[in-house]
Design a protein around this ligand. Structure first.
Ligand code: ZN
Length: 148
């Protein structure tokens, strides 16, 4: 059986991490899948999905680390809006956020065992906003068996 669901969030920003584990767990329970997998997929180019520890100081470190990798104040080709064809009116100069998102990745797959997410003790599913605040959606797609 396949189950799809769209989660929507209003994020903080510019960089903000939200623990979406309870939302994903609730969906898995409602879907009734006992054994399978779930895909957690960000539908944006400036957000990312990570699995890691939801610890306040670590998440501060993550923000510092990403900002060192791709400083918002650096010069980027993507930010030369006048050189890009057909861009929307309110196009942001956000190359740094795209690069951060590419670095982390935009999806994770988690095993479902005995009806629960098989996450490790310190693992949470984190939606990483990199160009917020914005409205965002995360697609969940669970596949598996209801019995056994
Ligand atoms: Zn952009």
């Amino acid at each position: 059986m396949l189950h799809n669901h769209l989660l929507t969030f209003k994020t903080q920003g510019p960089i903000a991490v939200r623990n979406i584990t309870p939302d994903v767990q609730r969906f898995v329970q409602n879907a009734g899948i006992r054994q399978g997998q779930i895909l957690v997929f960000s539908r944006h180019t400036t957000t990312a999905i990570a699995i890691n520890e939801d610890e306040e100081r670590l998440l501060e470190d993550l923000s510092t680390y990403l900002t060192k990798l791709a400083p918002p104040t650096d010069t980027y080709l993507h930010n030369d809006l006048e050189l890009r064809p057909n861009i929307p009116e309110a196009e942001p100069r956000n190359a740094h956020a795209h690069l951060m998102a590419i670095t982390i990745g935009n999806s994770q797959t988690i095993p479902i065992i005995d009806g629960a997410l098989a996450l490790g003790t310190y693992q949470s599913i984190l939606l990483v906003e990199l160009d917020g605040p914005r409205s965002r959606s995360v697609l969940l797609q669970a596949i598996g068996m209801h019995l056994v």
